[in-house]
Design a protein around this ligand. Structure first.
Ligand code: M6R
Length: 609
């Protein structure tokens, strides 16, 4: 959600800035802009729509500027337009600024600045920032930034550039990510590490309240007016991981990466003989667990859907109550949590604002928090008491796929790990589950190899639908919710998930001839009931695609089409059953000619509430 880029060095700034903006396209945006300083004036380039439009406007006229800032804007305050697009400038066009986040008290700050004679052009909250800098500027951009930050409420990552100090960029961060990349006598800034990896692997991750003064002399960081040291981290990512690698879309690549990602997430955490899970990174002892009377899982979107599976699995294995809540609801609901609660927050990006707020609610209520994150050193990872990293690598497509399956994997391992500590199951039983878990990467690979063509054909049918229903019971219902989200977010087909047992309590009124239903029927004890549900739907004319674990003649007999998953323990089936649903959504969106990796109105990481 919004992307920041900046450069100070000896290369031409504009191509670096454009490349950095392209690399962050997936964050979601509706306009883009750049500011550089050249020949004693600020040059601002802006465009609504795609970065390619901005690139076209610039038309290869890169000038000679070697410092600049850029931004992709996801509109919050004010519609997408050139006026509302960043960078924003002060009255005298001497200071340019780009910002992610929201300035919550912008109306009162704006009114006070207007009283002082400042003239505003846009509808944005951001525009108060360059005017505040102008107000406090007395030849020192750092001092102006320090003063300005004291007058705003809300959250931000921002970069400022000033005509009078052309070899200086000042950066500030509060609750929105901002990274400084260190090159040879050059400095890069971005919201995301993946935007910088082609230039440098040495990065400083700014922390909350940091203000960084970056010039040809180096980087100096302050927090609450005091100089602070921040370590330079070497980022080990495979450069290719953030590229499409021959696939037409990141989403398809990431779906296909799942076998590898599942294996990576288990690596070093599952003993070779499948007798134990070792989550050595957790410092949870038996006495800590005995002090806990409930687990509360909180997350958003797909990560929340992973939490729904986590709840069922942990409750089954530990017989301990697990609450699972949407972060945006949890934070306002005065949740029943205390020091006897173990909070678990799940987030791919580690920057989702509501999930971060939930983490803080846990802490305020005395609960310890365990984070399941993908992005190393992200805000959530840093603020949690303990963190388990999903080893999914960079996930670029807005629709989460491999992050979800690696989150599931970690939730299973967490459940097994806790069950071991509390000695809830026999070694033999654990060994059966762990052996089945060890097989999952191989089964996922087989599933992809054997079913993709069939799924493609089914997706062609789905692509003509206006609506789709996903139904299931138990674990299948949780996966159905993820399947419906995938379909709606990238193909724009209206999709809803229902607990199959709830159909007769209302939803079945919507079933008329040819209404499409995707029925998940992978759980043996629930199979008979699922078959009855499918028959009831067929009686009313629905078109039913069923998902079964191995052969299930009773389902084949009643459904219009069946996708067979490889056989595995039914507890672990969600890791496999989501894959066909991801592929169905992908190919349906492809047939509908949708912008798969960057669906409309969506951002990869939601950094505003
Ligand atoms: O980065 P996070 O895991 O915290 O993101 C949570 C959701 O915003 C995310 O899963 C979203 O629902 C995806 N678009 C789903 O594909």
């Amino acid at each position: 959600m919004c992307g920041i880029i900046g450069y100070l060095g000896s290369r031409l700034a504009i191509p670096v800035l454009l490349e950095g903006l392209y690399a962050q396209e997936y964050r979601g945006y509706d306009s883009a802009g750049i500011a550089t300083i050249e020949e004693g004036r600020l040059n601002i380039y802006k465009s609504t729509g795609k970065i390619a439009e901005l690139d076209k406007k610039i038309g290869g006229q890169y000038g000679s500027a070697t410092a600049g800032i850029g931004h992709t804007r996801w509109a919050t305050h004010g519609k997408p337009s050139d006026i509302n697009c960043h960078p924003h400038v002060d009255c005298r066009q001497k200071i340019a600024l780009v910002h992610n986040g929201i300035i919550e008290n912008y109306q009162e700050v704006k009114a006070a600045l207007q009283d002082q004679g400042h003239h505003f052009l846009s509808d944005t909250d951001t525009e108060v920032l360059p005017h505040l800098l102008e107000q406090y500027y007395q030849g020192d951009l750092l001092a102006a930034m320090q003063e300005a930050c004291g007058h705003v409420k809300g959250f931000y990552a921002m970069l400022a550039l000033c005509l009078e100090e052309p070899r200086r960029i000042v950066a500030a961060r509060l609750d929105n990510p901002l990274i400084i990349g260190i090159g040879q006598g050059e400095y890069y800034f971005a919201s995301d590490m993946s935007a910088l990896i082609d230039y440098t692997r040495e990065m400083i991750i700014l922390q909350n309240g940091d203000i960084a003064d970056v010039s040809d002399q180096g980087v100096v960081i302050y927090n609450q007016g005091q100089k602070v040291e921040r370590s330079v981290k070497h980022i080990d990512w495979d450069k290719e991981a953030a590229k499409k690698g021959g696939y037409p879309h990141f989403m398809l690549k990431e779906i296909h990466e799942q076998p590898k990602v599942l294996a990576q997430t288990m690596q070093g955490r599952l003993q070779e003989d499948c007798r134990r899970v070792d989550l050595n990174e957790l410092a949870l002892q038996k006495q800590d667990l005995q002090n806990i009377d409930q687990i509360a899982i909180v997350a958003c979107g797909t990560a929340y859907h992973a939490g729904l599976i986590g709840k069922q699995v942990i409750e089954k294995l530990l017989r301990m109550p697990v609450m699972v809540e949407l972060a945006s609801e949890f934070i306002h609901n005065d949740p029943l949590i205390d020091q006897h609660t173990l909070g678990v927050v799940i987030s791919q990006s580690g920057e989702t604002m509501d999930t971060l707020a939930a983490l803080r609610v846990f802490r305020e209520n005395g609960a310890k928090v365990l984070a399941i994150c993908n992005v190393v050193d992200s805000t959530i990872a840093r603020e949690a008491d303990q963190v388990l990293y999903t080893m999914a690598g960079p996930e670029i497509a807005v629709a989460s796929t491999k992050a979800y399956s690696s989150q599931l994997m970690l939730l299973y391992m967490l459940a097994f790990h806790l069950a071991q500590i509390l000695q809830r199951h026999s070694d033999e039983q654990l060994n059966v589950w762990l052996k089945a878990m060890y097989q999952l990467p191989q089964l996922a690979a087989a599933l992809l190899a054997e079913n993709e063509e069939t799924i493609k054909t089914l997706a062609k049918t789905i692509s003509d639908w206006q609506d789709a229903f996903f139904i299931g019971r138990g674990l299948d219902y949780a996966v159905a919710q993820e399947g419906a989200l995938k379909l709606k977010e990238i193909s724009y087909i209206h999709a809803e998930a229902y607990a199959a047992g709830e159909l007769k309590h209302g939803t079945i009124a919507l079933i008329t001839p040819k209404v499409p239903v995707i029925a998940l029927a992978t759980q043996e004890p629930l199979l008979k009931m699922m078959v009855s549900n499918i028959v009831e739907l067929k009686t009313r004319g629905a078109y039913v695609i069923a998902l079964t674990r191995g052969a299930a003649p009773e389902v084949e007999h009643v459904a219009d089409a069946v996708i067979h998953l490889p056989e595995t323990d039914e507890l672990l089936t969600p890791v496999l059953s989501v894959i066909p649903l991801q592929l169905l959504a992908y190919y349906a969106a492809l047939y509908r000619d949708c912008d798969i990796d960057q669906p409309r109105n969506l951002a990869k990481s939601v950094t505003v509430p």
